[in-house]
Design a protein around this ligand. Structure first.
Ligand SMILES: NC(=O)c1ccc[n+]([C@@H]2O[C@H](COP(=O)([O-])OP(=O)(O)OC[C@H]3O[C@@H](n4cnc5c(N)ncnc54)[C@H](O)[C@@H]3O)[C@@H](O)[C@H]2O)c1
Length: 448
């Protein structure tokens, strides 16, 4: 089998694998993408990404056209690459602990693929894995399947990913840091060299450490970010109960303190997406296995889960009972610029609305198809915002899509049965809303 000089391979072509591979290909690096999903591979070969991510489609098409990316279900092809990234999913089990089945399977496949190869390969764990996994789980599986020694014959490193959906390409083109947890000096040097090649024109701070510390950095990062969200949401919930208090002004002011900083201080319906909840649950479970109960992290999760009720309660304040009321939900994706609805707060809010006897219509510019797969049939999914608002007794703005910022008062007035708006993202300018009953997250307009 012919070996591509300096090629890299990605095993698992989801948000992380595909976006990272595409950016590397855009830098002139030959990439070989492997996934078990045949349909995904077929579509990727035509330049069609399986999810929405700004800039991705156009970069992917260019890379495929220039023959810098190849896609296959045949895992043995990874032997053609010097560096092999594992980017498979690491979902939660029912008890919150991490399910490493995909990581183990992918490691086995990679090990078998490189068993006969005379060359040095570096295997890089980019999936988010519990501290200790690269050394205690990946290393023995890789050694057994490849019949090679990790170190002299095969390199191994942890290289956690920090991209955020909705800005994954931008974040990968210019990451704020690179973390390399190297098994040995050669592994560290090989990966550092690859990244220098990719980011030849920009200086990206690089932390080189051991694999277990690298894995821990990823969890610490998500734990801090999630804590920030639950903290500002807690302040928002307090503001909501104090006439005239406004969390937006509070956030603006405290953000000026350099010890706090202004980013990630936006009150809202709670965090969603595939990572925060899963990673916090995994960290809590891991921590408990070490006989340490991480009380703070459990509280962060609890605040987040309860945030949906805060939103639904705002609609109850406007309508009284929700029984037989029609609620229009604008936005289903867990944030703007993605079609991802995994752990989206909209799903928790809709569930609670239905339990309160409301009928629900919903619209999202990108996530309708994904939402249809998980929402009950009785939720009416509409193709645009105006038809979603039609006949509604109340509208809840759940995702901060620019399209919703552009809606004018008349768009609501001409469609809704009653002028009630709950703004869970604080995107509506209040001055625009004369004649509306308006409730917003973190805005204390009336007593609880
Ligand atoms: N999505 C994010 O924003 C993000 C950010 C940072 C880190 N992460 C972490 O990165 C990892 C991947 O996340 P994702 O969101 O890209 O996952 P994903 O679910 O979108 O994609 C995973 C892909 O792996 C494929 N796969 C599973 N087993 C395979 C195997 N044996 N061989 C080849 N392909 C296989 C699946 O078919 C799927 O296409 C996870 O550990 C996640 O926690 C995700």
């Amino acid at each position: 089998m012919r070996r591509e000089s300096d090629a890299v391979s990605f095993v698992g072509l989801g948000y992380v694998g595909l976006c990272t591979a595409t950016v590397m290909a855009s830098k002139g690096i030959k990439t070989i993408g492997v996934d078990v999903d045949e349909k995904r591979i077929e579509e990727l070969g035509k330049g069609h990404p399986p999810f929405h991510e700004p800039q991705l489609e156009q970069m992917l098409k260019a890379a495929v056209r220039k023959k810098r990316m190849e896609f296959t279900t045949d895992a043995s092809r990874v032997a053609q690459a010097n560096t092999i990234f594992l980017t498979v999913g690491t979902p939660s089990r029912d008890d919150g602990s991490m399910d490493l089945a995909y990581v183990k399977k992918a490691t086995q496949n990679v090990g078998s693929a490189i068993a006969e190869s005379p060359s040095y390969h570096l295997v890089v764990i980019k999936s988010t894995v519990i501290p200790g996994t690269t050394i205690d789980v990946v290393r023995p599986v890789l050694e057994a399947a490849s019949e090679k020694l990790i170190g002299p014959e095969v390199g191994l490193a942890s290289n956690p990913e920090f991209l955020a959906e909705g800005s994954a390409i931008k974040g990968t083109l210019q990451p704020d840091k690179i973390v390399i947890g190297a098994f040995d000096t050669k592994s560290g040097a090989t990966l550092t060299k690859l990244y220098r090649r990719i980011y030849s024109k920009i200086n990206i701070p690089t932390i080189v450490t051991d694999p277990t510390t690298a894995e821990t950095i990823k969890y610490a990062s998500n734990a801090f970010l999630a804590t920030r969200v639950s903290t500002i949401n807690t302040i928002a919930n307090i503001c909501q109960r104090v006439p005239n208090a406004d969390v937006e002004t509070v956030a603006k002011a405290i953000g000026l303190d350099p010890r706090i900083g202004r980013l990630y201080l936006k009150a809202g319906p709670g965090y969603g997406g595939s990572c925060f909840h899963k990673d916090l649950q995994a960290l809590i479970s891991f921590s408990r296995s070490l006989n340490y109960d991480p009380l703070l992290l459990a509280a962060v999760e609890k605040v987040n889960q309860r945030q949906a009720s805060e939103i639904v309660n705002l609609s109850k304040k406007l309508l009284g009972s929700l029984d037989n009321r029609r609620i229009a939900v604008l936005g289903l994706a867990f944030k703007k610029d993605t079609d991802d609805i995994r752990e989206a707060p909209s799903l928790r809010v809709i569930d609670e609305l239905l339990k309160n006897g409301a009928s629900v219509s919903a619209y999202d510019p990108m996530a309708l198809e994904n939402a249809r797969r998980v929402l009950p049939e009785k939720v009416e999914l509409l193709p645009d915002a105006i038809s979603c608002l039609k006949g509604a007794d109340c509208c809840i703005v759940m995702t901060e899509w620019d399209e919703f910022r552009r809606l004018r008062p008349n768009d609501y007035k001409s469609s809704m049965r009653a002028p009630n708006i709950v703004d869970a993202r604080r995107i509506i300018k209040r001055g625009d809303l004369n004649g509306f009953n308006y409730m917003a997250i973190g805005l204390g307009t009336s007593s609880p």
